[in-house]
Design a protein around this ligand. Structure first.
Ligand code: DP6
Length: 362
């Protein structure tokens, strides 16, 4: 597939107005995407667990209008008009217009809500952009002749990527690869694909408890962060390392070696932060409590022969990952020893999920 394959053919049907709703989850990367080229092309392949409970629900209503008036839309978050979201969506529309040329033919009302608290420090761009991309694909489906399910998902992921890179990994589950890797057949820089090989039972229903350490505004936006990888002194080696970690994870998914899993995942998280600490300008996005939690996880793992581990996004919150068979014990450990480091004691229990779903409009 190339970019050209996603250019919409002339419409076969017409559509005056309508409404569509999608629910799309967040995802957590195991091998991180950090650094991109023009047009949202990643510098290295990444792989993520799709989440189940943390999601965005977006309802898109559309009514036809004169296309000469340009893009026209209103955005609401939890029922409140959110003009601050408009510029991000306008940028998204501009980037995808050549692939969905009907954008200017409608006035859109975008009503969105998240299942996780806003200002939780959890990025809603992956779930939000994928939900919006899926709504647009539902319109495309109405306007066109035959669209296969596979093409629908691929193009939704392709569009979502143009909104926010990691969003392309939220359309499906449970394990999604984005970025071309020589050993993963079908992997592409343009969209996310389901990991195509056997995955060991150990990873079934893998748990992710998100500890909200710092709910403040992001210190550095991901776009600024990605750009700091241009001319970064360690960039080339980092991108090579990501390819290698992907290859190693493939063995881990095959043989279920959780000790090796822990090593790769934690090393990826710390490397992401190391890249931020060694860029110019430099950032420390962990907080003292992030480190307290990491140390507690390490000591719990050693004393209990546990396979619990952590990963991080570009912020201070900690994702605690563990196999289903440790669910009760690790949750007990989190409540007893880690919740004290969370802002207002807040955390979110989640687990591996299977991707976005269309909801039936009332
Ligand atoms: C650290 O997908 O938010 O979460 O493409 O600029 O929107 P943009 O970036 P974004 O970057 C996410 C980076 C990360 C790692 C990851 O999810 O792979």
């Amino acid at each position: 597939m190339t970019e050209k394959s996603f250019i919409l053919k002339p419409n076969t049907h017409t559509l005056e107005n309508g409404s569509v709703t999608w629910s799309s989850p967040s995802n957590i990367a195991l091998v991180k995407y950090w650094g991109k080229k023009q047009h949202q092309i990643p510098e290295n392949p990444s792989i993520s667990f799709t989440l189940d409970n943390c999601k965005t629900i977006t309802n898109l209503t559309y009514a036809s209008k004169d296309s000469r008036s340009g893009f026209s839309f209103d955005v609401f978050l939890d029922g409140e008009q959110k003009d601050s979201f408009k510029s991000k969506i306008e940028t998204f529309f501009k980037r995808i217009e050549q692939y969905v040329p009907f954008l200017k033919d409608y006035h859109f009302i975008i009503k969105t809500s998240n299942t996780f608290p806003h200002s939780s420090g959890i990025a809603s761009s992956a779930s939000g952009m994928s939900a919006l991309a899926l709504c647009l694909m539902s319109i495309e489906k109405e306007l066109s002749e035959d669209i296969s399910e596979e093409f629908f998902k691929q193009k939704a992921s392709f569009l979502a990527r143009l909104g926010s890179g990691s969003a392309c990994r939220s359309v499906e589950g449970d394990l999604i690869v984005w970025g071309s890797h020589k050993a993963i057949v079908g992997s592409s820089d343009l969209f996310g694909v389901k990991y195509p090989y056997n995955v060991h039972q150990n990873f079934k229903n893998y748990q992710d408890t998100i500890l909200l350490v710092d709910k403040g505004e992001k210190q550095v936006s991901s776009t600024v962060g990605h750009n700091l990888m241009h001319n970064h002194p360690f960039a080339t080696r980092r991108f090579e390392q990501a390819h290698k970690n992907m290859s190693q994870l493939m063995n881990v998914f095959e043989n279920g070696d959780l000790d090796a899993f822990v090593n790769i995942v934690e090393s990826e998280a710390l490397t992401l932060h190391a890249m931020m600490m060694t860029s110019l300008p430099y950032f420390i996005l962990m907080k003292p409590n992030t480190l307290e939690i990491i140390n507690k996880i390490w000591s719990y793992r050693n004393t209990n022969n546990s396979k619990v581990c952590f990963t991080l996004d570009a912020g201070a919150n900690v994702h605690v990952l563990y196999p289903e068979n440790e669910k009760d014990s690790v949750l007990e450990f989190i409540k007893n020893e880690l919740v004290v480091y969370c802002q207002n004691g807040q955390y979110i229990c989640d687990q591996i999920g299977f991707g976005a779903k269309q909801l039936i409009d009332e």
